[in-house]
Write a protein that binds this ligand. Structure first.
Ligand SMILES: [Zn+2]
Length: 347
């Protein structure tokens, strides 16, 4: 059971927490910290930190995380440090809350917005649940380390930004049909993030230092707008819900960023919301979001789109176009045909 956040203040803009410094410096500053990483990440970067012995996360299943955290509770640590992608950062958040310790996060690649948010995404019976709040005292952005990750990881990070396009459309539908409060200024600022991304797509594609800094800044902006909206409406809607349903149905997890891009393109098509804008933006950032590249079957994708409405209602997820205009077999087929014809580098 997670306790209240250690340091929680919605007024903290996540950008204030960022320290651009080498991870080695951050590690030296807190000897004896409880370091949490993930095996595939540590295999790639561990040689650079020979004195650090991290615990490897068991993944994001709540039961496994609980026993992982209970085993760690016998140690005495000054803080918890999470090093890796979204899984390592979310695991570290969970453990820090469990042990009531300060938290430092050091993403090894900018694959998701998880290092910048105040919630933990855990899986329970195959479904995603958010817990929190838990806010780090510092987010270490070691640009050289992040640049050394496979380029596809950082390029795919734009998934949690591209999702703004479909999420804002869903938010408007929820406002129109359900009377949900809608903030025009927050929506305008969120859409601005996409315009900035468009202008600097080359830096993302190149995975340049400027591109890494920009991604970190845009994640912070997006998270701050969600804090202001007091919901994830500015960033998360049907595109994430479709992905959650896909992962639930297949029992697999997919590389989050590019998978969100894929689901956002399909959601945009079904929303009648300029999917070509998203394919252009994703292509210019160099993201490979085609199902084959992500290990996603077209049939599974079709099934996930057709049953997404049912999933969102069962899980009582926020209202989106999926409930307002449930995708029909004809519209799903049209969306998938459009993707196979216009998706990828060819568009
Ligand atoms: Zn996401």
């Amino acid at each position: 059971m997670i306790r209240a956040g250690i340091i929680y203040c919605v007024n903290i803009h996540p950008y204030q927490l960022i320290a651009y410094e080498p991870l080695a410096t951050a590690l030296e500053a807190v000897p004896g910290a409880c370091v949490i990483s993930q095996a595939e990440v540590w295999d790639a970067i561990g040689d650079q930190f020979p004195r650090t012995r991290p615990f490897m996360t068991p993944g994001l299943y709540e039961e496994a995380l609980n026993s992982f955290a209970n085993n760690l509770s016998s140690g005495s640590y000054p803080c918890v440090i999470g090093i890796g992608g979204g899984t390592a950062c979310d695991s570290a958040k969970f453990v820090a809350a469990h042990l009531d310790l300060p938290l430092i996060l050091a993403p090894s690649a900018l694959t998701v917005d998880a290092p910048f948010t105040d919630s933990v995404a855990v899986r329970r019976e195959g479904k995603i649940h958010y817990m929190g709040p838990i806010v780090p005292t510092k987010i270490v952005i070691d640009t050289a380390l992040i640049q050394s990750a496979p380029p596809a990881l950082n390029r795919g990070g734009i998934g949690d930004l591209i999702s703004i396009h479909t999420a804002l459309h869903d938010w408007r539908i929820a406002a129109d049909r359900q009377g949900e409060p809608y903030d025009h200024e927050i929506a305008r600022c969120s859409a601005e993030i996409l315009k900035t991304l468009e202008r600097h797509a080359h830096d993302i594609q190149e995975v340049s230092e400027a591109g890494i800094i920009l991604l970190a800044q845009l994640f912070c902006e997006e998270v701050a707008l969600c804090y202001e909206a007091k919901s994830s409406r500015p960033e998360e809607g049907s595109e994430h819900h479709i992905l959650y349903n896909l992962e639930y149905r297949t029992g697999k997890t997919y590389l989050h960023g590019p998978a969100v891009v894929l689901c956002a393109i399909l959601a945009a098509h079904l929303q009648g919301n300029t999917p070509a804008y998203l394919t252009r933006l994703a292509n210019s950032c160099g993201v490979d979001y085609m199902p084959e590249s992500l290990g996603i079957g077209w049939d599974a994708l079709s099934e996930a789109l057709l049953t997404a409405n049912e999933y969102t209602q069962q899980d009582q997820l926020p209202y989106t176009f999926l409930q307002a205009f449930p995708p029909t077999p004809q519209r799903v087929e049209a969306a998938l045909n459009w993707l196979s014809k216009h998706g990828g580098e060819r568009s």
